[in-house]
Design a protein around this ligand. Sequence first.
Ligand code: 2HG
Ligand code: ZN
Length: 472
Amino acid sequence: MPAYTPLTDEHLAFLRSCLSPDRVSTSAADRDLHARDQSFHAVRPPDVIVWPETTEEVSNVLRYANRQRIPVTPWGAGSSLEGNPIAVNGGIMLDFARMNRIVSVRAEDFQVDVQPGITRIELNKALARYGLFFTPEPGADATIGGMIANNAAGVKTIKYGATKDNVLRLEVVQASGAIIRVGTRARKDSSGYDLLHLFVGSEGTLGVITEATLKLAPIPADFSAVLAAFESVEQAIQSVVDIVGAGLEPSALEFVDKETVEALNRDKSMSFVVAPTVIMEFIGASDTEGLQMALEICKENGATNFAAAVGREERNKLWEVRHHTYESLVRLHPGFAQKIMDVAVPISRYPEIVLFADEVLAQHNLLGYKFGHAGDGNLHINIIHDPTDPEQLDRVERANGIIVERAIALEGTATGEHGVGIGKRRFIIQQHGPALDVMRQIKGLLDPNCILNPGKIFLDADDMTDVSSDRA
Ligand code: 2HG
Ligand code: ZN
């Protein structure tokens, strides 16, 4: 780990003069609010939080921090799930709450330019009057900057792609303070190395995003969502594989296991049939051919019950309930922590990974709720455990390791959408092999003093203690 300079009064005086005193805070309350994300990784407050209002201010802070060797961590909404914005080495936190403007809507191009601090829900509210929306939909109301940094995805990815597929251009401030623009507003581009996608998903370790041009889609006039309940997990996930295999184009295709359905019923007073369930949504009315064919496939695979979420309100409620699965589980297991898993595999291997996960959880005597974006081959498992019990923690880590390693062996990934952050660092060594060295070289080139969000993505020997530092 590089040697960082502890923050001094002189540094603080610089930050106050560079921004303004009211946009620099070292108060315990502000530091606490920025000490953790939604994960259970060890809490660590930054030494100071600053709220920039312009790209120039971000540039000035970075140039200074780089010279002084002070770590800088960008902060959006704190909704990530892998410790991605935790300032594990302290230093300066850049909170983008004041850079949350829509810079320009170009409806004729289906594009919008935004500052990174705007949240996805706020943005989509403003875009609704143009009949447009930004499609990536992780459950949380993350900021756009955070979504880009993490390459967030969610229930709509099967139809519209992940965040990386919906970003056209970025303004990025480098560690040196230099401001660059990568990508283009054209729909296609073959002009050299694809730097745009180097920054998307780099978790704030290569540069800081200060503006983004996003691709938009028209808001569909009609959706039809149906829940299909099955007797077995096998039947449910085989239906997902068959729906994808038939080339149908759902706008969402989710798997939710029986335990998760039961948990949502209890927490949200819903009355879904308690069974392994596939939630599918198609754009269009309920007689849409794709939906009808998908229902046929489910029937052939033995679906025992169908429930339609008719109308926009009912459908929105369904997704709201699904989006808050994690929070529902928190409420149902007070005092317990959740290890959140996010493996993804090729769709043909989805049944294998789900059934394998079941076996591993049973062998380790663990309760894990399974659900996820099945149409993308993405499986979440939230493993409930007592974070104060080292023996349980050890079992959780072992089970997690075995399942993630199997997903990688099936030519999948340790993380489909939550990012590497802190918790997935040990797995990407196996996943990327020698390509990880190339990533290190890129990191060294763009951030030679390692000031940008240190302690993420790469596992250094002296960071090993963080591997199982999940806590309540
Ligand atoms: C979701 O799909 C989020 O709801 C969170 O990615 C996943 O809690 C989780 O495991
Ligand atoms: Zn998810």
